[in-house]
Design a protein around this ligand. Structure first.
Ligand code: ADP
Ligand code: MG
Length: 347
């Protein structure tokens, strides 16, 4: 079902910046979809076109079967949350939250009731009488959240809403937003450049690069089966090795003369150049099996250990081992061998 549909949406700014190129994406009712990509990849512009603050250069956007082409933002019934909370400083928390209903001229009793519910929802029940300046950053962001939800919009857009919070609070709010989404059943489009946040929160992730969609899929899909080496690199971490395909079975001769198996995910001719991507947790370290090398670096990360192996072919291979699973022979400078399964490498 296409609750939100981007149909061939393109945005070119004056001066020729191609912010969004031919975006085609359907979002189902009730879904939590995240736009993920590096800075400047077109996430905010896509969101702003859906909200109505930017106009597509080409293509159109549908919401619940209606074209949004000529519908101004305030008639779209969309709730929005930004990184900058954009609260009114002279109003109380309750007045800020009430604002979308006040401008819609809802009856006072209905407004009071809705504000109370919204305050409860974001766990600020007793804070209605305060001013934004009397709240912490995290609490202010909750007020912004409550204000976006108070008029019960079927669609809520969030653009890097947790970007200003410290890590612990951010992780807490990620879970809380996810719970609120589940409880209310709203459709949520969430923008972030943080792949961990996208993997944790989303039903589906749409990955942007230079204004183009790279891949759309479940978190597990984009992580386990990235369609491009960009996605493999951007979502999670990945070793990337340039090489040449030698055999239809997926045998790749990596530059430097290291021949390794991979799974071919794009049509590729024998002799074609390609990039092999392997997750660091899929690298196999051994004393007697694989390409010879030496441990160049060991970095302790509490729950896991990062190991960089320099192979005799000249490759730096980055592996990740769980803290409880590090063999004694993985030591700084030790001779070591590296390999991987064809299923864990993508070309
Ligand atoms: P993101 O949110 O992924 O960081 P944006 O959608 O903000 O990316 O920007 C995409 C591209 O469009 C960038 O190159 C940015 O500089 C450009 N851009 C964004 N807004 C404008 C604007 N109002 N005028 C001109 N260029 C813009
Ligand atoms: Mg942005």
């Amino acid at each position: 079902e296409r609750f939100v549909a981007f149909d061939g949406v393109t945005k070119t700014f004056a001066g020729g910046v191609h912010a969004v190129r031919d975006l085609n994406l359907d979002i189902a009712r009730g879904e939590f979809v995240t736009f993920l990509g590096p800075s400047g990849s077109g996430k905010t512009t896509s969101l702003m076109m859906l909200a109505g603050f930017e106009t597509p250069t080409a293509g159109s956007i549908l919401l619940d079967g209606r074209s949004l082409d000529r519908l101004p933002p305030y008639h779209r019934g969309i709730g929005m949350v930004f990184q900058s909370y954009a609260l009114f400083p002279h109003m109380t928390v309750a007045e800020n939250i009430a604002f979308p209903l006040t401008v819609r001229r809802r009856p006072r009793a209905e407004i009071e009731d809705a504000v109370r519910q919204a305050l409860d929802l974001v766990q600020l029940t007793a804070m209605g009488g305060r001013r934004p300046a009397q709240l912490s950053g995290g609490q202010q962001q909750r007020v912004a959240l409550a204000r976006a939800l108070v008029f019960k919009p079927p669609l809520v857009l969030m653009d890097e809403p947790l970007g200003a919070l410290d890590r612990q609070l951010r992780e807490h709010m990620q879970i809380e937003i996810k719970h609120i989404h589940a409880r209310l059943g709203v459709t949520l489009v969430y923008v972030t450049h943080d792949q961990g946040e996208a993997l944790t929160m989303s039903d589906r992730i749409a990955i942007f690069r230079d204004g183009s969609l790279q891949q759309v899929g479940l978190p597990g899909e984009v992580y386990e089966r990235p369609l491009t080496s960009f996605v493999a690199q951007f979502v999670g971490e990945s070793n990337q090795f340039a090489g040449t395909l030698r055999d239809v079975t997926g045998l790749v001769e990596l530059d430097g003369g290291w021949r390794m198996p991979a799974t071919i995910v794009h049509p590729l001719a024998i002799g074609a150049r390609t990039t092999v991507s392997v997750r660091p947790e899929r690298i196999r370290l051994s004393r007697d099996d694989g390409a010879a090398g030496a441990v160049q670096e060991l970095i302790y990360h509490g729950d896991h250990l990062r190991v960089v192996v320099r192979t005799d072919h000249g490759h730096a291979v980055f592996a990740k081992l769980l803290a409880g699973a590090v063999p004694a022979w993985v030591r700084d400078g030790a001779a070591i061998r590296v390999s991987w399964d064809a299923a864990d490498a993508r070309a």
